[in-house]
Design a protein around this ligand. Structure first.
Ligand SMILES: NC(=O)c1ccc[n+]([C@@H]2O[C@H](COP(=O)([O-])OP(=O)(O)OC[C@H]3O[C@@H](n4cnc5c(N)ncnc54)[C@H](O)[C@@H]3O)[C@@H](O)[C@H]2O)c1
Length: 324
C-alpha cells in the first residue's frame, strides 16, 4: 500500500464525538478517511452528523472544498479489517478505558502494516500504559485533540519512550498537512497538558460551587465572558505579562504570594520560585521585547473588540448572550 505521501490515508476507529471530529479534520484537508464504529447505529448517526458539520463549515466559509466533496472522501466501514486496510495512520477514538485501549492496540498492532502509525486520542492514559508490551510499540503514540477537533486546531503529541522519532516526525507532518498544530510534550504525564490545565480550573470551580461562593451558571459566565474570552486571543502567561507593568517578574512578585497561599489552601504547595519565574520571564521577553509591551496591549484590545463585534452581530453567537 502506498498512498499519496502528501495526503496519507487515515483510519479512524470509533465514531463518537472525537472520531467524527477527526474524520472531518482529515476529510476537510484532502485526506481519504475510513471510519469505523463497533456500534452500527452510531456509525449511521455519525454519517448524518458529519455531513451536517461539513455543510456548516462550508456555510461559514472556513473550508476550501464544498461540504459534499469532503464528505465523499470518507468511507464508512462496517468491518474492523476494512477500516485499517491501506491506512497510513490510524487514529483510535474509543472510550477512555485502559483494558479497552490495550485490546484495540494489540489488535491494531497485529493486523496493520508495520509502517502504519498507530495513534490514540486518549485524554489521560499515556501510550506506555497500553503499548509497552506490544511488538509495534515503536509506532504507537498519543495524539490528543480538544473537542471539537475541527474547530480547536491544536493537538498534543505525546510519544512514549518507545516511540520512534521518525514516527513522531510523520505524525507532526500529518497534522501540519491537516491544518492542525501539533504541540509536543517533553514526556508522558497522566492527563497530558490540556487536561492538567483544564483540571486546575475545574478543581477550583468545583470547590467554589461546593462552598457556596458561586452558582454553576455564574462560574461558566466568568470563564466564558471573562477569562476564556481573553484566552481566545492570548494565553495565561501572556495575560500575566500584559496585566502588570513590568511583565511576568512584576506580576509574580506582586501576585505570586497570593497564588501560593491559595494553592496551599487547596493542598498544593508549588510556589513560583525565583528560578522558575526567571525562566518564564526570559521566554516571554524573547516573544515580546519590553519596547513592544504597550503596542501588544493595544493589539490584544483590538482582537477582543473584533470578537466582541462578532458576538454582537452574528446570530450564531447568541449562545454567548444571556437572556436578561
Ligand atoms: N469528548 C472529548 O471532549 C474528548 C476530547 C479529546 C479526547 N477524547 C478521547 O477520545 C476518545 C473517544 O472519546 P469520545 O468522547 O469520542 O467518546 P464517545 O463515547 O463519544 O465515542 C466512542 C465510540 O467508540 C465506539 N467503540 C467502543 N468500542 C469500540 C471498539 N472496540 N471498536 C470501535 N468502536 C468502538 C463506541 O460505540 C462509541 O461510538 C477517548 O479516549 C476520550 O478520552 C475525548
Amino acid at each position: 500500500m502506498h498512498n499519496d505521501p502528501q495526503k496519507p490515508t487515515v483510519a479512524v476507529i470509533g465514531a463518537g464525538s472525537i472520531g467524527a471530529g477527526w474524520a472531518i479534520v482529515f476529510a476537510q484537508t484532502g485526506h481519504d478517511v475510513r471510519l469505523f464504529d463497533a456500534a452500527p447505529q452510531r456509525l449511521a448517526d455519525a454519517r448524518d452528523e458529519i455531513a451536517a458539520r461539513l455543510r456548516d463549515l462550508q456555510e461559514f466559509g472556513i473550508m476550501d472544498d464544498a461540504g459534499d466533496v469532503a464528505m465523499s472522501r470518507i468511507l464508512f466501514c462496517g468491518e474492523f479489517d476494512e477500516v485499517v486496510d491501506g491506512a497510513d495512520h490510524v487514529q483510535e477514538c474509543i472510550p477512555e478505558d485502559l483494558m479497552t485501549k490495550k485490546q484495540i492496540f494489540a489488535d491494531l498492532d497485529m493486523i496493520t502494516a508495520t509502517d502504519t502509525v498507530l495513534a490514540s486520542s486518549s485524554s489521560f492514559i499515556p501510550a506506555s500504559a497500553f503499548a509497552a508490551d506490544l511488538p509495534g510499540r515503536n509506532r504507537i503514540l498519543v495524539v490528543h485533540p480538544a473537542n471539537p477537533p475541527f474547530l480547536l486546531r491544536v493537538a498534543e503529541v505525546v510519544p512514549a519512550p518507545s516511540t520512534d522519532e521518525s514516527v513522531v516526525a510523520r505524525t507532526e507532518q500529518l497534522l501540519k498537512g491537516a491544518n492542525m498544530a501539533g504541540v509536543r510534550l517533553g514526556g508522558e504525564i497522566e492527563g497530558f497538558a490540556y487536561n492538567r490545565l483544564q483540571g486546575a480550573l475545574l478543581r477550583e470551580a468545583y470547590c467554589l460551587v461546593r462552598d457556596g461562593f458561586l452558582s454553576v451558571a455564574d462560574i461558566d459566565r466568568l470563564v466564558r465572558d471573562g477569562l476564556g474570552f481573553r484566552w481566545s486571543v492570548i494565553g495565561p502567561f501572556e495575560t500575566s505579562d500584559l496585566n502588570t507593568r513590568g511583565g511576568i517578574e512584576a506580576h509574580a512578585a506582586r501576585m505570586g504570594p497570593y497564588y501560593a497561599r491559595m494553592g496551599r489552601e487547596r493542598g498544593q504547595d508549588d510556589p513560583w520560585t525565583e528560578d522558575l519565574v526567571a525562566r518564564i520571564a526570559d521566554a516571554r521577553r524573547k516573544l515580546l521585547p519590553p519596547a513592544r509591551w504597550q503596542h501588544r496591549c493595544a493589539e490584544r484590545d483590538r482582537a477582543l473588540m473584533a470578537l466582541m463585534r462578532a458576538r454582537r452581530n452574528d446570530p450564531a453567537l447568541s449562545i454567548c448572550r444571556d437572556e436578561e
